[in-house]
Write a protein that binds this ligand. Structure first.
Ligand code: ZN
Length: 439
């Protein structure tokens, strides 16, 4: 006998089917919205999405209906670039990228050689992600394989869809963190065998960035991708001007920073390059031509003084842009906070972010950029039941603001400006409520 796990959530529902464009009103057909909607989930998947009144006659007798009227359900948020091993060094005062790595990041990452520490931080990180409504992320671990085992084990236990990988770094870091050129690749191969494609997990080949890997190691990382087109690739690109100078010095045979990665075969449709602030249009075009995406990490870019990401230049080049927290350089894990900061960066560049574009980006946009859109990113039949229940009345101030909103666009914008972890009433993944806000 089989039993089905089936229930309905009744709430406002919002889901994007396409990029809404840059206008103040979303492109026709780009989204579906139900003011009094029903989300029917069954065995970890979405079975139906419709107006409550239309779906109600079809529901089996006695099915549990969770009444969330007054709240808004969207697909679970996605974070395309974040370091779980940097959770506890968030908000460490200090200068720019290269100093920050040496003063805080590297000493902290040394602690992840210990399994117990990696396990404790994996759970703490996932608790924090779910608290802010992020149900999927692409995650940097440390260079220690055990940090990856711990993270995937914790993610698998909760039934989450997560991408992660072991940092490859065979030079220019403390000895306790550097791996052996070939040893780092062998460790990656072992981790790929153990975790890639298991349940909802995927492996991202993870060279930290060009300066901390030799050409030999970058080439070997490219070899992993050539052997298995289903693998992901995550690294950093053109974040900081000091970094650019260093890369030029280390790789005199490359015509620019991106060329370092191109020469090793690291640029493809499943490649995420964090930052990409200091690029010209020709380089953006090369990334677009290979279907790669840039992870826009606005709170990190402001915190480390790296620069103002040119989102519209990337769009003009046809380049996929994803949204990311980049914790620990980022100051907030929350996707809503990432959108707020992206809006502010956009204002300084004369390219403000609409709420439509922001919520599309956090959900379907990021799912597409990461090639995960067949499973997550939309509320639609057959998709995995990963979603968040947002409360536009979560705080007295938000309730006041929401009461003045005249339409959905205004409500979304208020959530993106004033929302935080208190706004996330519940986060569900794989059809299971993974987080419920207290009170
Ligand atoms: Zn990063």
């Amino acid at each position: 006998m089989t039993t089905t796990d089936s229930r309905v959530l009744r709430a406002e529902l919002l889901s994007f089917d396409a990029d809404p464009g840059e206008n103040d009103t979303p492109a026709a057909g780009s989204l579906r919205y139900f003011e009094d909607g029903a989300l029917w989930i069954e065995d970890g998947r979405i079975r139906a999405v419709d107006d409550y009144a239309r779906l109600a006659p079809e529901l089996p007798e006695g099915i549990e209906v969770i009444d969330h009227r007054g709240k808004l359900i969207t697909p679970g948020f996605i974070d395309s670039h974040v370091h779980y091993v940097q959770l506890e060094i968030m908000a460490s005062y200090g200068r720019q990228l290269l100093d920050w790595l040496n003063d805080y990041t590297f000493p902290e990452e040394c602690r992840f050689a210990e399994r117990a520490h990696a396990e404790a931080l994996s759970d703490a990180f996932l608790d924090e992600l779910l608290r802010v409504g992020t149900t999927t992320a692409q995650v940097f671990c440390s260079s220690h394989p055990v940090s990856v085992d711990a993270f995937f084990t914790a993610s698998q236990r909760r039934g989450l869809c997560m991408l992660a990988g072991k940092v490859l770094m065979d030079r220019h870091a403390p000895e306790a963190l550097t791996d052996d050129t070939r040893g780092g690749i062998r460790d990656s191969e072992r981790l790929i065998g153990d975790w890639h494609g298991k349940d909802r997990l995927g492996y991202s080949v993870t060279p930290r960035f060009a300066p901390t890997s030799t050409r030999e190691q970058l080439d070997a990382a490219g070899g992993l991708l050539r052997n298995d087109a289903s693998l992901w690739l995550q690294t950093h690109l053109a974040e900081n001007t000091g970094e650019l100078d260093w890369v030029a010095e280390l790789f005199p045979g490359s015509r620019d920073y991106l060329d370092v990665y191109e020469q090793s075969g690291l640029v493809g449709p499943r490649s995420t390059f964090a930052h990409g602030i200091h690029l010209d249009q020709e380089m953006r075009g090369r990334l677009a031509g290979r279907g790669a995406n840039l992870a826009f990490c606005p709170s990190s870019n402001l915190f480390l003084g790296s620069g103002l990401f040119d989102r519209l230049a990337a769009r003009e080049a046809g380049l996929n842009v994803s949204y990311a927290s980049d914790v620990g350089g980022g100051t907030d894990l929350s996707g809503l906070a990432t959108l707020k900061t992206a809006y502010q960066v956009g204002q300084l560049r004369g390219q403000p972010l609409t709420a439509w574009q922001g919520f599309y980006g956090l959900t379907l946009g990021n799912a597409r950029a990461l090639s995960l859109d067949e499973r997550i990113g939309r509320l639609a039949p057959g998709m995995d039941a990963d979603f968040v229940v947002l409360d536009p009345h979560a705080t007295p101030l938000l309730a006041r603001r929401s009461a003045r909103c005249r339409d959905l666009g205004e409500t979304l914008f208020a959530l993106m400006m004033l929302g935080d972890d208190r706004t996330v009433a519940e986060a569900w993944a794989g059809g299971v409520c993974q987080h419920r806000r207290d009170g």
